[in-house]
Design a binder for this molecule. Structure first.
Ligand code: NAP
Ligand code: MG
Length: 452
């Protein structure tokens, strides 16, 4: 059994059967058996089924939100928003089923056209920070394109994935199309990566495990998409609306207790604006409400586990340059207060490694070129922000920063309709938007001779 721990109390909230290799193989076999019928469903009918699923998810939004908030330790308000996004993601991709268009290409002696074929059985391996949300970004395009799937949630947060499988069946998704295996990554995850009947692995998690998955997938030339870590820069120029930038900066790091691959955990501030920025940000950090995930007013919950608490703590040793420290509850649960380190050098460990906790590093810079150099001086390239009222500068810097997603005068990264993914060691491929479908289909070219 897997004992599922509630991070806000450190107590077991549920026990679920633990899957192993046998269960993983059975799930792949079920997905393989369901594939021919699922891909053969008329596009309009498959779209309807995905709309039914979206409707069912809207109906179950509160139940799923409470489950996710408790299991992942995230504020209920955030969890509701995330479950809304899960439903929206299926609705968006329901619209894609009938829009998987091909090309017609002029050639000699006949006609040439392309199809977007499903891959077959796809394996989806997801982390604990946004459990069902990240799963939906993969399941939506996978199902729309006619694939069947095996989803492996993180061992720490399997509950919404298991509930999702039931909801999908009730909504009319045929048996075997959606399969969930809740078990350890090194057992079930690894088996999926090795399994000869799995055509593709879509993974979100650490860069270290992502690298192993890419290596393992090479043996059978599986398609692989990876969403990995980040160390994103929030670049604040002195000509920005400083108050707006400083007030928005804390939750861009401390949201989900910093356990967000898009966290803008390096705050790059133009030197002349440092004092004003820090003063305003201090007020905002002190206002962040840390506490019980089920309290409506909570903005930040605990970390996911005792291990995560230990890792995050290691980035704030006794001699760390702590400039601002917010509050966190005492007592049981894996709590860590919002913490701002300043000034930090971009060479310091807190600026180089993904902390995945509520710790921000403020790094001063001297010029536009300096800001770009610092922002790019990282192995990662996932998200980021630019704050300036100079439009030309905003666009110059947006093009110069090596990152998959960047916002100007905003800290948002993820929308259902727009592509999301990383440059450099932040990953391979794109999720969401129209682009995700490319990663769940193969292009087939057909030539039909029409002469002689
Ligand atoms: P992780 O180990 O990369 O886990 C992600 C998923 O991969 C989980 O479902 C995990 O299963 C599975 N997995 C683990 N080892 C595997 C293997 N050998 N083969 C196949 N699948 C495997 O991430 P984590 O340990 O939860 O977190 C560690 C660090 O990763 C964090 O501190 C953070 O820096 C980063 N992270 C990034 C993201 C992101 O969104 N980019 C998300 C989470 C974590 P089990 O958990 O069941 O073992
Ligand atoms: Mg791990």
């Amino acid at each position: 059994m897997i004992d599922v721990v509630e991070p806000a109390t450190a107590e077991v909230m549920a026990s679920v059967p633990e899957a192993g290799v046998e269960e993983t193989d059975a799930a792949v076999a079920a997905a393989k058996a369901a594939f021919p019928a699922w891909r053969a469903i008329a596009p309009g009918d498959r779209a309807k089924l995905l709309h039914h699923l979206a409707d069912a998810l809207v109906e179950k939004q509160e139940e799923l939100a409470v489950l996710e908030a408790r299991n992942a330790g995230k504020p209920i308000g955030d969890a509701r928003g995330e479950m809304g996004m899960v439903a929206d993601t299926f609705r968006y991709y329901a619209g894609a089923v009938e829009r998987l268009l091909g090309d017609t290409i002029p050639v000699a002696g006949g006609m040439d056209f392309t199809f977007r074929e499903p891959l077959g059985v796809v394996a989806l391996i997801v982390p604990w920070n946004f459990p069902l949300t990240i799963a939906s970004w993969k399941m939506g395009p996978a199902l729309a394109a006619g694939n069947t799937l095996v989803l492996k949630p993180a061992e720490l947060t399997p509950l919404t994935a298991l509930r999702f499988a039931e909801i999908a069946r009730e909504a009319g998704i045929p048996e075997g199309v959606v399969n969930v295996v809740a078990g350890p990554g090194r057992v079930c995850g690894q088996r999926l990566v090795e399994h000869p009947d799995v055509a593709k692995v879509a993974f979100t998690g650490s860069t270290e495990v992502g690298r192993r998955i890419a290596e393992g997938a090479a043996a059978t030339i599986k398609r692989v998409t990876l969403e990995l870590g980040g160390k994103s820069a929030n670049v604040v120029f002195a000509d920005a609306d400083l108050a707006a930038a400083a007030r928005a900066a804390p939750l861009a790091v401390f949201g989900n207790a910093g356990q967000d691959c898009c966290a803008r955990s390096r705050i790059l501030v133009e030197r002349g604006a440092m004092d004003d920025f820090m003063a305003e940000m201090e007020r905002a950090v002190r206002e962040v409400r840390v506490g019980d995930p089920l309290d409506e007013s909570t903005q930040m919950g605990p970390l996911i586990s005792a291990d995560q608490l230990e890792t995050v703590s290691s980035f704030v040793p006794a001699d760390a340059p702590v400039a601002i420290r917010g509050d966190a509850p005492d007592g049981p649960g894996f709590w860590f207060p919002p913490t701002v380190l300043a000034p930090v050098s971009n060479d310091d460990r807190a600026a180089r490694e993904e902390i995945f906790g509520p710790v921000a590093a403020v790094i001063p810079f001297d010029s536009e070129d300096d800001a770009i150099r610092l922002a790019n001086d990282t192995i990662y390239g996932l998200s980021g922000s630019i704050w300036t009222q100079n439009g030309a500068r905003a666009l110059r810097v947006a093009r110069a920063i090596e990152t998959g997603v960047i916002s100007i005068n905003s800290n948002t990264s993820v929308r259902v309709a727009t592509p999301f993914g990383g440059f450099k060691q932040s990953g391979v491929g794109r999720e969401l938007g129209p682009h995700a479908l490319e990663h769940y289909t193969e292009v087939k070219n057909v030539y039909y001779a029409t002469e002689g």
